[in-house]
Design a protein around this ligand. Structure first.
Ligand SMILES: [Mn+2]
Length: 395
């Protein structure tokens, strides 16, 4: 017998799907949250038959279970942990663990791609086009490579995963992978996914207006409350606000929070690590601990939401040669303008700020981080210009 303990997200559940394709009725699969895994491991060690082989995918255990599993292994028990999270790399010191973040071709891995490789290596699964395609979609989704590759199918696979119950998803996928040459979505699923997309877009549009900005531990965070569409939301808000180091998404009901970044200079697994959580450089999460609650809820609740950049401007445009006008919540204006080669300055009221910038982007980043200013609407820009002309003629 086999027992698979895996994560309850798309990557984790896809490991369960592969396990069932490989072992059929000889495997018992349990999906867990990050914190739930340790109870399952303890239960396994205390109650399961010592002959059962334990496989753990997409998650890693706490220190206590790490020791217990090593003892179990030393006593002849069969255990294999497969993970791809950077925070689990130290497990590689054990014979029973394999943690690989990037493969030999420096391709980012997912638990499903690692497990598929593992099952093939031990000839436990008959590889097929359909399975390989499915595994690659999961890998691209889990590593966010789908975004760069514009792989909509990968994104839609994850959306479908959330629309169905885990049992339904498992059953459908197992059947599809067993009976088809290629992976595909059926007509009903396509329709469902289209409707879901419209709904997600509306949700994100609404959340855009609720984002607040705060500096925590030297990094600028955008904080938003949300119960669903975390990945998409984190990504969209991140792209809208490149001046923010990361986006923190708070799920009050779930007493959890997630972190997302679009930047290579920020590692949000470190941010989550400060609050006892973990994950990837680009996406991570933690429990809403007392400290996390203070930093991201208590300290932000009273803040007004960030002003959004004006959208349909024709005159006040970014990087315009005359300059670009910004405005903050208190109505203060800032003109960001070029002053020679690779030099940008900011005029605030009658004064030029002492800071100089080597690019427009750098100047804008400063304005947004320091003053929470946003691109002003055309009508304000026109009034600003009129005022300027009036001032000049009256001199
Ligand atoms: Mn994963």
């Amino acid at each position: 017998m086999y027992k698979l303990l895996s994560h309850n997200d798309l990557d984790g559940v896809s490991c369960g799907i592969l396990a069932k394709l490989a072992f059929g009725k000889d495997v018992a699969v349990r999906y867990n949250s990050i914190s739930g895994l340790n109870y399952e491991v303890e239960w396994f060690l205390e109650n399961d038959s010592p002959k059962t082989s334990l496989i753990i995918t997409d998650l890693s255990v706490n220190e206590e279970n790490e020791k217990k599993l090593e003892e179990f292994h030393q006593a002849g028990g069969k255990v294999q942990l497969l993970d791809h999270h950077k925070t689990a790399l130290h497990f590689n010191e054990y014979e029973w663990a394999e943690v690989i973040v990037e493969d030999e071709e420096s391709k980012l891995t997912s638990a499903t791609s690692l497990f598929y490789g593992y099952l093939q290596k031990y000839e436990r699964i008959e590889p097929s086009e359909a399975i390989s395609e499915f595994v690659e979609l999961v890998r691209q989704y889990d590593t966010w490579e789908w975004e760069k590759n514009e792989n909509e199918e990968a994104r839609r696979l994850n959306a479908l995963f959330f629309l169905l119950s885990i049992d339904e998803f498992e059953e459908k996928m197992i059947h599809r992978l067993q009976t088809n040459e290629h992976f595909f979505f059926d007509e009903f699923e396509e329709k469902l996914l289209d409707m879901e997309e419209t709904k997600a877009e509306r949700y994100i549009r609404c959340k855009r207006r609720e984002l607040v900005q705060i500096k925590v531990n030297e990094l600028f965070a955008g904080v938003v409350y949300a119960e669903s569409y975390h990945s998409e939301l984190g990504n969209e808000l991140g792209k809208d606000n490149p001046h923010l180091d990361y986006i923190a998404i708070i799920n009050i009901g779930g007493k959890r929070m997630g972190f997302r970044t679009i930047h290579d200079h920020v590692d949000v697994s470190e941010v989550a690590g400060r609050y006892g959580g973990g994950g990837h450089a680009k996406a991570s999460g933690c429990q809403l601990t007392e400290e996390a609650y203070k930093h991201f809820v208590t300290d932000t609740f009273h803040l007004p939401s960030l002003k959004e950049d004006a959208k349909r401007n024709r005159y006040n445009m970014k990087e315009a040669p005359f300059g670009t006008l910004y405005e903050n919540r208190s109505g203060d204006t800032f003109l960001l303008y070029p002053a020679g080669e690779d030099k940008w300055l900011i005029k605030h009221k009658q004064h030029v700020l002492k800071e100089t910038f080597s690019s427009f982007q750098e100047g804008e980043r400063f304005l947004k981080r320091t003053y929470e200013a946003a691109l002003a609407k055309d009508d304000l820009f026109v009034r600003y210009l009129q005022q300027l002309i009036n001032d000049q003629t009256s001199e």
